[in-house]
Design a protein around this ligand. Sequence first.
Ligand code: BES
Ligand code: MN
Ligand code: ZN
Length: 500
Amino acid sequence: MSAKPTIQFSSLDMPGSGVLVLLAGDGGALPASVPADAAGPLQKVLTVAKFKGRSLSVVESMAPAGSPFDRIVVVGTKGEGAFGEEDWLKLGGTIFSKLKGAETVCVWTEGAAASASATDVATIGLGLLLRAYKFDRYKTKKAKPGEEEEQSETAMTVTLATADPDAARAAFAASEAVAEGVAMARDLVNEPTNVLTTTDYADRIAALADLGLEIEILDEAKMRELKMLALLGVAQGSPMPPRLCIMRWNGGTEGDAPIAFVGKGVVFDTGGVSIKPAAGMEDMKGDMGGSAAVVGLMATLARRSAKVNAIGVVGLVENSVDGLAQRPGDIVTAMSGTTIEVLNTDAEGRLVLADALWYTQERFKPQFMVNLATLTGAIIVALGSEHAGLFSNNDELSARLHAAGLATGEKVWRMPLGAAYDKMIEGKFADIKNVGNGRAAGSITAAQFLQRFVNDVPWAHLDVAGTAMGSPANEYNQSWASGYGVRLLNRLVADHYEAG
Ligand code: BES
Ligand code: MN
Ligand code: ZN
């Protein structure tokens, strides 16, 4: 992540220089508090631009005559009352995109009609930070002259001016924790596999102990002792050793059952012996996107001292292919005792999660488990990158995830489960097989497979193959990896599972 803006808060004191950002309401109305020397020259600019204040539309005025500002940026918020969390986030992102080269910026968050609340102001700040994220650590040269550069390399300070700066500053502390968690998840997904090996990944997780998380890392010997042969079968074709990482955050009441998040961490998915086609295979460096969301979430909960007991569990393996790799037709016994015919070695995520889910419920007896996984190409066919697929045995948990999705913009769409689909994974030689029948209901049969390992614990599976990476850039994400899931689950926790 390259230089991010410094964000600070002030009361509504109009600055005398730098870049001024104003929020305009319906018809381009400016807040009354904007002084005449700024508002006067601007009116003509807005009129000429036929600016109507439409949400997130922008008019810029460079070095306006008779005004002390280098630049005035006006952003529309038409109908501020209807502005939700994601709109404020988009507003922050849109503002950042207009600040190239700026050093001192004031965002005047008092609108013409309603004004941003302390939480809204904090969310604008989060939008600025998420938009500023850039994964450029392997670019040895700066952009060539004339090429678009999203962000200047000069240090930028953005002051958010608001009626109650103390309240906004307090709310922003949590937003900053979220920004760090999202950036971490994006970094992990963007990193190539030769850098983010299973062991390097585990080392990065171990370093989160600095935030107050309790970290435990199980190696292959330990997993063999626990009989995690489904997970180990995937790992056996790679020289990279598998790891199961457990993160604990004990911010809640002692003795309260924890909530648990489980992630698929396939650092690269070649498909194994059932090898994938070459075209696009490079994207499989992101097949650990589910685990990255869990790690980013746990870091966020720790950074904002969330009042909850939470567990994060991620299974880290490489699905590669060598002479020792498992073959189609191999039969493995999962930790739960269930036997599995591995008919397609490319359906490996469910094998990793089978043991991670069983272990999590057996050891921690959680209130619920949410797992995230880039599990199936079929979910991209079904939902694209607009929604993650949600599969669950629990209506309350589903409804809460759905609401958190709408609030944050990290949306989920519930898909069915049922006995008829479960029948499609019955094995010929073993209890179950790791694929369904051909391509029919591919995401659902994958979810049915996972459900075999949750033992009636309230559970939700998010298939994030379409949302974790490769989604189109938007106002608050310009990077290949989105960090999907961190904000969604942080909102779920904040809204329903924190004491006090
Ligand atoms: N990691 C893939 C799913 C995936 C595909 C994620 C595209 C992101 C983008 C998963 O391990 C996989 O290969 N699934 C197979 C399952 C099939 C063999 C039953 C798939 O979707 O084709
Ligand atoms: Mn696969
Ligand atoms: Zn995979």
